[in-house]
Design a protein around this ligand. Structure first.
Ligand code: SF4
Ligand code: SF4
Length: 155
């Protein structure tokens, strides 16, 4: 007879399956961008590795990949149950690992931002979008130059 598979507890899901995903970044709510300077600042954030920006029903937020110093090598929390209230709000049933992801979008690179501004035709983000496109072309030119320089010398 087939035995029913026992449901996993949160501890097992967090540590063995998910491996502490929510302990490896921080997220901070930010104001909705409305002007050129706001979009330019978001571009600056996105130029940094491990930084991304997303929007959901609560608004815009900034994410920074950063491993919590309390996360043990086995993915358990070293200070449980004396961890932060913010951490306690995460439930394995509804979190980003097992629950639905309610993000409207998630921008990870400058190019993502340019695509977004282009798609939305946001007038106040137009200059930032153009600057990103120019920078993309400049990077491509620099890459091509570097490849030419790497060509082996013929004797
Ligand atoms: S609460 Fe969710 S995201 Fe966080 S470690 Fe557990 S399963 Fe992963
Ligand atoms: S304090 Fe513990 S539960 Fe909170 S983020 Fe750090 S390791 Fe995860």
């Amino acid at each position: 007879m087939i035995q029913p598979v026992p449901e996993k507890d949160q501890f097992t899901i967090c540590i063995e399956d998910c491996r502490g995903r929510c302990c490896r970044y921080i997220t901070v709510p930010v104001a909705t961008p409305t002007c050129h300077d706001d979009w330019d600042e978001i571009r600056w954030w996105l130029a940094h590795e491990g930084v991304s920006v997303s929007k959901d029903e609560d608004g815009w937020s900034l994410q920074v990949e950063a491993r919590c110093s309390n996360l043990r090598a086995d993915n358990a929390c070293a200070i449980y149950p004396h961890h932060m209230e913010t951490c306690k709000e995460y439930e394995a049933e509804t979190c980003e690992y097992t629950g639905p992801i309610d993000e409207e979008f998630h921008l990870r690179t400058e190019s993502d931002l340019a695509d977004y501004l282009e798609r939305r035709k946001l007038k106040r983000g137009r200059q930032v979008m153009k600057a990103i496109r120019k920078a993309e072309r400049q990077r491509q030119r620099n890459q091509r130059k570097a490849l030419v320089q790497l060509k082996p010398l013929t004797l």
